[in-house]
Design a protein around this ligand. Structure first.
Ligand code: PLP
Length: 438
């Protein structure tokens, strides 16, 4: 049978140079375990869990069966004044692995929606407390918080914000936490905790009473795995408390075992007021995200509605708590717990990081960073920033390895079900391709 010719004209691809893609499309037709397969049948190892989505590997039958069963039982219900038991079951299951005190869960469909939902919960909370003037946010250079308008405003990756300035809201950025003396440091750098004092300075300069909350990724993921310096997150927590700001951890990448603990908040022993999660929530199988917060924050918002029967929060999505997504998430949590995948992530991390840091002597590599099962490989840039990253990403695909690239950084974040030999194969391909790249 002749393979059908793909017409590339109609689908406008996200975060892609569509014209270059059409010239040499790199596509996946099938996936199993930690392997993708191209339409031609070539095996491409998945070095980034897709896009940090699939710690349990691809093609998990348990999730497929749960999704099928849910579709045949209750395929959809609205969640405005209606519900299905499965969403309450999922919220309770999540509360058992969330950091203590964060046991109220609001569902959405993407990381971007979770970020914007968290922003609105912050604003609602302050308004409920009579502090409606707190409507400015703080985030950090190099941060990524999705692409909805709230997340675009928070963006510290300038390209994601620059063109859309007309619609963004008021955000002040702290400095990022990478410093020259941290080069080639695995784990948490010893220096840089003082960078958290940027938050204090912003509070003084802008007036703390105008600031609703501070958003950070505990480990900055999309920029290429920037690990927080020792003491940095603790200091942010203390300053946020001192000035009455809410601290929000965006755990869209770091959630569900990526650091070795269920969440980075637990790993770094700093509990935020709100936390976002997505991606691995369903092992990537069905779009779903969530915001977790405390009973105290929820009750403050609820109380402001008084005795009326109006919604306490004028916010929600058609697909909030979609029953099929809930079923997929429950099946993913069963796998994570049944196969002890967070523990496996912790056990595999030293092997993984040793392999990554073994690339240190390659001429093309200018920095290596890593924590848990995520690592960043910084490449020597070509004349045009970002060009090296995309060229190397393409060459890696041709050599049989998929990894995410941002600018001139590669981000490696394999599934926790990867075998040692699969991790070694990934490192071999990286060594081979980076070794021959000019
Ligand atoms: N927040 C963080 C930390 C992310 O890494 C991402 C995506 O990579 C998002 C938010 C946005 O998630 P989505 O692409 O599902 O909207």
């Amino acid at each position: 049978m002749q393979p059908t010719q793909t017409n590339f004209e109609n689908h406008w691809m996200p975060f892609t140079n569509n014209r270059a893609f059409r010239e040499t499309p790199q596509m996946f037709a099938r996936a199993e375990g930690v392997h993708y397969f191209t339409p031609e049948g070539n095996d491409v190892l998945d070095g980034s869990s897709g896009l940090f989505c699939t710690p349990a590997g691809h093609g998990r039958r348990e999730i497929a069966d749960a999704v099928h069963a849910q579709l045949m039982t209750l395929d959809y219900t609205p969640h405005f004044q209606r519900a299905a038991p499965v969403s309450f079951e999922l919220a309770t299951r999540l509360s058992q692995i969330l950091p203590e005190g964060l046991d109220r869960v609001f569902f959405a469909s993407s990381g971007s929606e979770a970020v914007d939902s968290a922003m609105k919960i912050c604003l609602s909370y302050h308004r409920a407390k009579g502090e409606g003037q707190r409507n400015r946010f703080v985030s950090r250079n190099w941060g990524y918080h999705g692409v909805n308008l709230g997340g675009t405003s928070l963006a510290g990756m300038v390209n994601n914000r620059r063109e859309f300035a007309g619609v963004t809201c008021d955000v002040v950025h702290m400095r990022h936490t990478w410093r020259e003396d941290q080069r080639y440091t695995p784990g948490q750098p010893e220096t840089g905790a003082d960078l958290a004092d940027d938050l204090e300075e912003i509070c003084r300069n802008y007036g703390a009473e105008t600031i609703a909350g501070v958003f950070v990724e505990p480990i900055a993921g999309s920029i290429g795995t920037i690990v927080p310096p020792k003491g940095y997150l603790e200091r942010l927590r203390a300053i946020a408390d001192k000035y009455g700001l809410l601290l929000i951890f965006d755990e869209v990448i770091t959630g569900f075992g990526r650091t070795g603990s269920a969440f980075a908040a637990e790993e770094f022993a700093v509990t935020p007021d709100l936390m976002t999660m997505a991606k691995a929530l369903t092992n990537g199988a069905v779009p779903m995200s969530a915001v977790a917060t405390s009973a105290a924050i929820q009750e403050t918002v609820f109380a402001a509605a008084g005795d009326t029967d109006r919604p306490e929060l004028f916010h929600g999505y058609t697909y909030s708590a979609h029953p099929v997504a809930c079923a997929a998430a429950l099946a993913a949590l069963d796998i994570y717990q049944g196969e002890k995948l967070f523990e496996r992530s912790r056990a595999l991390s030293p092997v993984f990081l040793d392999l990554i840091f073994g690339l240190r002597n390659l001429a093309q590599v200018t920095d290596l960073r890593g924590y848990g099962m995520m690592a960043g490989i910084q490449l020597k840039p070509a004349e045009t920033p970002g060009l090296k990253g995309s060229q190397v990403q393409r060459a890696l695909f041709d050599a049989g390895l998929h990894v995410k690239a941002t600018g001139d950084a590669l981000i490696v974040a394999p599934a926790f079900v990867s075998s040692q030999s699969e991790l070694e194969q990934m490192a071999d391909i990286l060594r081979r391709v980076l070794g021959r790249t000019e």
